[in-house]
Design a protein around this ligand. Structure first.
Ligand code: AP5
Ligand code: MG
Length: 215
């Protein structure tokens, strides 16, 4: 049995891509590449480009491919990815999917598997509105009350995302359905797609993902 090394996680906002990429990173020892995190880090720099990125992502809008793609190329070419990677948030449209294939082919690499986390819209809004990240240990969880602390390390340094509001969620879902959804048949045609029911508990979904990446 082989374990996939170059893994792509896809699915709507709030499906659990970041959660499961983090778990896989720990389990497999290969890096989690989140384009959302790359962009939030760039936005926090406060440079001219960073401020443009911040305006786009806070409103739930895509960053143009010519800005996004170099971030991903740099990461895939870095030594930390020499044994594989878990991509979360990329590709997000057909041109990005085609470009990723080209990039991989040029490096004599290939995507081993694309795991789609399937969740109906009814789960998404609640999950996103309750989403919190620990500023100390990076753990992602669901916050129930404003005074909650990180369930892992008890830190009260809790980070919320600027795009986690009802208006931006609605917009992100619309873009997902129109621009991102076509990558599902693209990967299905290539025989790389495995769909996972991501409505279950995090532990159950993690077990499904684990099964999917063993082949
Ligand atoms: P990004 O950060 O990738 O946001 P997203 O795709 O909208 O996805 P999320 O991060 O919101 O959700 P997730 O699937 O990671 O869920 P999570 O694990 O956190 O991108 C942000 C923005 O950057 C985009 O809108 C766009 O503007 C821009 N961008 C990014 N990539 C780009 C690209 N390639 N091109 C152009 N622009 C790009 O889980 C959510 C919550 O639910 C958490 O609290 C978690 O604890 C909880 N949870 C997870 N699973 C479960 C479960 N099974 N049961 C209960 N709770 C659960
Ligand atoms: Mg995420």
């Amino acid at each position: 049995m082989t374990t996939a090394r170059n893994i792509v996680l896809i699915g709507p906002p709030g499906a659990g891509k970041g959660t499961h990429a983090q778990l896989l990173e720990k389990e497999l020892g290969i890096p989690h590449l989140s384009t959302g995190e790359m962009l939030r880090e760039a936005a926090a720099q406060g440079t001219e480009l960073g401020l443009k990125i911040k305006t786009l992502i806070d409103g739930g809008n895509f960053v143009p491919d010519e800005v996004m793609v170099p971030f991903v190329v740099d990461k895939i070419d870095s030594p930390e990815c020499k044994n594989g990677f878990i991509l979360d948030g990329f590709p997000r449209n057909l041109p990005q999917a085609q470009l990723l294939d080209k990039m991989m082919l040029e490096r004599e690499l290939k995507i081993d598997i694309v795991v789609k986390l399937q969740v109906p819209d009814t789960y998404i809004t609640e999950r996103i509105l309750k989403r919190a990240k620990c500023g100390k240990c990076g753990h992602m969880f669901q916050i129930e009350k404003s005074e909650d602390v990180c369930p892992k390390c008890s830190s009260s340094d809790i980070i919320r995302r600027a795009d986690d509001n009802l208006e931006a969620i609605k917009h992100r879902l619309k873009i997902y359905r129109t621009v991102t959804a076509p990558i599902t048949p693209y990967y299905e045609d290539k025989g790389l797609l495995v769909c996972v029911d991501a409505t279950r508990s995090i532990e159950q979904v993690a077990a499904f993902v684990r099964q999917a990446i063993e082949y």
